[in-house]
Design a protein around this ligand. Structure first.
Ligand SMILES: CC(C)(COP(=O)(O)OP(=O)(O)OC[C@H]1O[C@@H](n2cnc3c(N)ncnc32)[C@H](O)[C@@H]1OP(=O)(O)O)[C@@H](O)C(=O)NCCC(=O)NCCS
Length: 158
């Protein structure tokens, strides 16, 4: 398994992985754009040159000690092998994250796998996982979108 920064050529495979999952769908442009402008805070996992997982993230300009995970996904036939955990650890270890002390993400209440993933990350770094209500359901125009909880993991000591 190879963990690396994404190139624009990886955008289409990230988009396809998302389309085959329960994650919110976005345009392929968004993945190409992340690979071009935010590759320092995005990680891809490839096996035999095939994309099997990715995390797209960014450091909010006004909070340099935070890396916000916008999406993390692993191909369904590759789940449960620790790939998502490794993607997050690779992200935290990047030079671009040298000042990062908190990992933040939003997660829907029904997403058990994702909640376990972030709680496990807090355990790994022997730190806190603070969960608060964040984006309320009424912000989303569609009928079937849950509200999103904020997960804030840290402070992380590297
Ligand atoms: C969430 C997701 C990225 C986890 O990927 P993964 O590579 O299987 O995760 P890991 O193998 O690193 O497992 C991390 C932890 O989550 C747990 N976990 C994995 N799948 C789970 C599930 N379906 N239900 C409950 N816990 C689960 C693992 O047991 C592990 O915890 P442990 O070490 O305490 O046992 C993957 O399930 C996925 O792509 N889901 C669809 C997309 C999604 O929901 N993304 C997150 C939105 S923010």
């Amino acid at each position: 398994m190879v963990f690396d920064k994404p190139a624009v050529e990886d955008g289409a495979a990230m988009w396809e992985l998302v389309n085959n999952s329960t994650l919110d769908q976005n345009s392929v442009y968004k993945y190409i754009m992340m690979s071009e402008f935010f590759s320092e805070t995005c990680v891809i996992a490839k096996e035999n040159n095939k994309l099997v997982g990715f995390v797209t993230a960014f450091i909010p300009p006004e909070r340099q000690d935070v890396v916000f995970v916008w999406q993390i996904g692993v191909a369904s036939d590759q789940r449960g092998k620790g790939i998502a955990s490794k993607l997050l650890e690779e992200l935290i270890d990047r030079d671009a994250c040298r000042d990062v002390r908190f990992v933040e993400a939003t997660v829907t209440p029904s997403n058990d796998a994702s909640q376990t993933l972030f709680r496990r990350l807090a355990r790994k770094y022997e730190t806190e996982c603070e969960v608060t209500e964040f984006f309320s359901e009424d912000l989303f125009p569609m009928d079937d979108h849950e509200g999103e909880l904020s997960f804030r993991i840290g402070p992380i000591n590297k």
